[in-house]
Design a protein around this ligand. Sequence first.
Ligand code: ADP
Length: 313
Amino acid sequence: MTTRVACIGECMMELSERPDGSLLRSYGGDTLNTALYLARLGVAVDYVTALGDDPWSEEMLAAWAAEGIGTDRVRRLPGRMPGLYIIRTDGSGERSFHYWRDSAAARDLFAGPGAAETREALSGYDLVYASGISLSLYGEAGRAALAETCRAVQARGGRVAFDTNYRPRGWPDTAKAQGAFRDAMAAADLIFASAEDLDWLYGAEGEAEVLRHHGRCEIVLKGGGSPPSVRVLARDEDVTVPAAPVGSVVDTTAAGDSFAAAYMAARLAGRPPAEAAAIGHRLAGAVIGHRGAVIPRAAMPDLALTPDSERRS
Ligand code: ADP
């Protein structure tokens, strides 16, 4: 039987400002990047979010479908729009991000008519993946609905993966984020945590916050360094897996998202945790060698995870 994965979150419209002030349009989102790379690795994955009924929402759906991402679970909210951000690059090449996302459709995934259907559908997946950015979208009530849905997934034998991805500006205050991340880590079967995120969120207690779950769930702790290492802690395993040096790091956008995708794809293909981490490094290493979150298909490394006969067409 095919293993089905759901990635939950938000994809926003992206506008990059050029030196003459004109804007180049694209779209992006952390969990969408993970869904895209999962699909490219042959995993049956659906992106679970809400969009509007505007032309850009249509365009996003078509682009996701063209990448092999399942879109049946995308809620369409009439009269609503996707969130939007502008990337501004100053004279010294430093990028800043500016958001219009408070009324984005994705924020209401767990609210209003249709939310119950989304939750019921989600509870039937084998693996549900969400990030700290996903959590920041929903507010208290939405997060409670997501937590309850995750318990339903687990009650049916599925698993829940959580990737820390902490962006302070998505939260009203640090205490709210600390509590939400603590709850999400306690509920997860697989945690991807970045030492940097944990440090921002919890200071010196950061690693302890995640390591307390060692033994209960699988933990991938991404450290710093160049090339960086990850520490993988599974039931009776605690190994550090360094990334191979990459010729030239062009753009680290989606490094962590693609790492998570390859790690999960490898685990779903039956590879042990340390091997999955090495496979994660291989994909992330290719992704950072190109500009943007999504690398050309021709640049995808062959990770030899799924026999061709089992790939989703
Ligand atoms: P993020 O901040 O997006 O979570 P990380 O910095 O944790 O990303 O990096 C994720 C992965 O990307 C690393 O585990 C590694 O596989 C790869 N990576 C990032 N930077 C480098 C680098 N300098 N050299 C080789 N691999 C790298």
